[in-house]
Design a protein around this ligand. Structure first.
Ligand SMILES: Cc1cc2nc3c(=O)[nH]c(=O)nc-3n(C[C@H](O)[C@H](O)[C@H](O)COP(=O)(O)O)c2cc1C
Length: 169
């Protein structure tokens, strides 16, 4: 089925392609079953208490289990995780997604042991906005890799970051 977009929607999509984001895998575990999906709509909200938000399509397979478990993890991807992105955005389904990547349990949640950064969260609030839920989580535990090489997404492509000015010079 072809999607019909209004001018405003089409302009919005084109404008958003210019937005550079870090790709994350949102994960949860509900009744012993792991769920995960790729997401870029992730943002820090406040440091007191440490709070993060994620926008999740209500039709995504993780949507209901995450709200039932009332917990989720945000795994910020490292450059080395590029192969995981297609797998966690539709190429694989369900728990098969977790056959790839080095997964450990943090506060009972699936996290990549070599994530650029990971955040184990308790669900605090869900705000419905049309097709999506804005999910607010209080960060209970955060860990990170010292070397910074996040996997970015821009104009529909996977990208890497580079410093504009070499401050070491
Ligand atoms: C780079 C990238 C970023 C994405 N960001 C989001 C996002 O922020 N929120 C969302 O709901 N889906 C996002 N998606 C789409 C989901 O990953 C995709 O729909 C996924 O398959 C989840 O649905 P499923 O588990 O039902 O297959 C993104 C996909 C890609 C490739």
């Amino acid at each position: 089925m072809t999607e019909t977009l209004t001018d405003a929607q089409s302009q919005f999509r084109s404008a958003m392609r210019r937005f550079t984001s870090t790709i994350c895998l949102i994960t949860t575990e509900c009744d012993g079953v792991r769920h995960g999906m790729a997401a870029t709509a992730v943002q820090s909200v406040t440091a007191d208490p440490p709070t993060i938000l994620v926008c999740i399509n209500q039709s995504a397979s993780i949507s209901q289990p995450l709200k039932q478990a009332k917990r989720f993890a945000v795994n910020m991807l490292h450059l080395s995780h590029a192969p995981l992105v297609p797998l966690f955005s539709g190429k694989l389904k369900g728990q098969d997604r977790f056959q790839h990547g080095d997964w450990i349990s943090l506060n009972g949640l699936p996290v990549l042991c070599d994530a650029q950064a990971s955040f184990a969260c308790d669900l605090r609030d869900v705000v419905r906005v049309q097709t999506h839920d804005v999910v607010l989580g209080e960060v209970r535990q955060a860990q990170y890799l010292d070397a910074i090489a996040p996997l970015l997404y821009e104009d529909g492509k996977l990208m890497r970051s580079s410093a504009l000015i070499d401050t070491a010079a």
